[in-house]
Design a protein around this ligand. Structure first.
Ligand code: AHM
Ligand code: MG
Length: 336
């Protein structure tokens, strides 16, 4: 493309237009889910701004206290949690929020809203000080409790198969919003000068046989034997080892290039480190929609019956045949 063509070619479909067009695909659509996705996108733009100038505005680093998971809370964790909560409360489409940063369900007081959301407002935030990509991960469910009442635990403890939508925002070298409503996966790139997301990755799929394995190998000797064996096999096959230590960034790369991400149970984290409701289920819904697979080593992530809001689970996620291979080695139910 040369000369004037470069400046007159279409930029792409804007997120807003995409959402409105897709809304017609839902027979019972009333626009509430569309509005909810817009609220998330809006909050993400504010977070994106804060992250981009974190080094200048002095908001990198820890607040000097732990969150309810017993993990050091970063200033940007608190800011991201505040921004998303505010956008969702004001947006009016969710009756409740489960956030990594809050022990209890947040009652938005929008008791007439039919959706509930689970969210990790800023995943991988310990990477901010060193300018590495971080992300937001979310899932949306239809509430179980009657409209007009406060949100309940029953609304939150739903299996991943019940998700209406799930997505993530990757604050990376460019910022992207990737989501599914159960009709494939689409990725949007943020254009900061226009303040809008544009469709850049339509119908995303992951190849069945990838060549990247992502795992914190520092924990090798505390992994189950089958996982150690699988890692050894990856090395023998000279696969590429890639681990950023920022789940959304590792997941996104593997989605685009083909690979597996693993966070097994370890001696320190008996049930793995990652959270089922706002990390694993969301990404599992996306990966399955993209043609991949996600398991906890024993069963499909999406079929785990949650027992607790902040429960953890081991995670094996990515290219179908790679996940299959590791499951064969951990000696449990394989993929059909
Ligand atoms: P966080 O939710 O407290 O940020 O922790 C989750 C992060 C993931 O982004 C990342 O994949 C993982 O923890 C890294 O853990 P480790 O340092 O044990 O490899
Ligand atoms: Mg997290």
């Amino acid at each position: 493309m040369t000369g004037i063509e470069k400046f007159t070619s279409p930029i792409g479909v804007a997120l807003d237009r995409f959402i409105s067009a897709k809304q017609e695909e839902f027979t019972y659509a009333t626009g509430e889910l569309s509005q909810l996705l817009r609220d998330i996108a809006l909050a993400s733009k504010i977070i994106n701004r804060e992250i981009n100038r974190a080094g200048l505005s002095g908001i990198e680093g820890s607040i000097g206290a732990d969150n309810i998971q017993g993990e050091r809370q970063q200033m940007l964790d608190v800011i991201a949690d505040y921004r998303f909560t505010r956008a969702l409360v004001r947006g009016g489409q969710t009756c409740g929020i489960v956030s990594e940063e809050n022990a209890e369900i947040i009652d938005t007081k929008n008791h007439n809203a039919k959706y509930i959301i689970t969210i990790d407002p800023l995943d991988g935030s310990s990477n901010i000080d060193v300018n590495v990509s971080v992300g937001t991960i979310f899932s949306i469910y239809r509430r179980k409790s009657p409209i007009g009442t406060p949100p309940t635990l029953e609304d939150v403890l739903q299996k991943g198969t019940e998700q209406v939508a799930a997505g993530y925002i990757l604050y990376g070298s460019s910022t992207m919003l990737v989501f599914t409503t159960g009709f494939g996966v689409n990725g949007f790139t943020y254009e900061p000068s226009l303040g809008e997301y544009f469709l850049s990755h339509p119908d995303m799929t992951i190849c069945e046989d990838g060549n990247i394995y992502s795992v914190n190998e520092g924990g090798y000797y505390s992994f189950p034997q089958g996982v150690q064996d699988y890692i050894d096999e990856c090395k023998k096959k000279k696969m590429r080892a890639r681990y950023i230590g920022s789940l959304v960034a590792d997941f996104h790369r593997n989605l685009l290039k083909g690979g597996i991400y693993m966070y097994p149970s370890t001696k320190e984290y008996k049930n793995g480190k990652l959270r089922l409701l706002y990390e694993c289920n969301s990404l599992a819904f996306i990966i399955e929609q993209a043609g991949g697979y996600a398991s906890n080593g024993e069963k499909r992530i999406l079929e785990i019956e949650p027992e607790e809001k902040h429960q953890r689970t081991p995670l094996y996620i990515g290219s179908k045949n790679m996940v299959k291979e590791v499951l064969n080695r951990v000696n449990v139910t394989s993929i059909a």
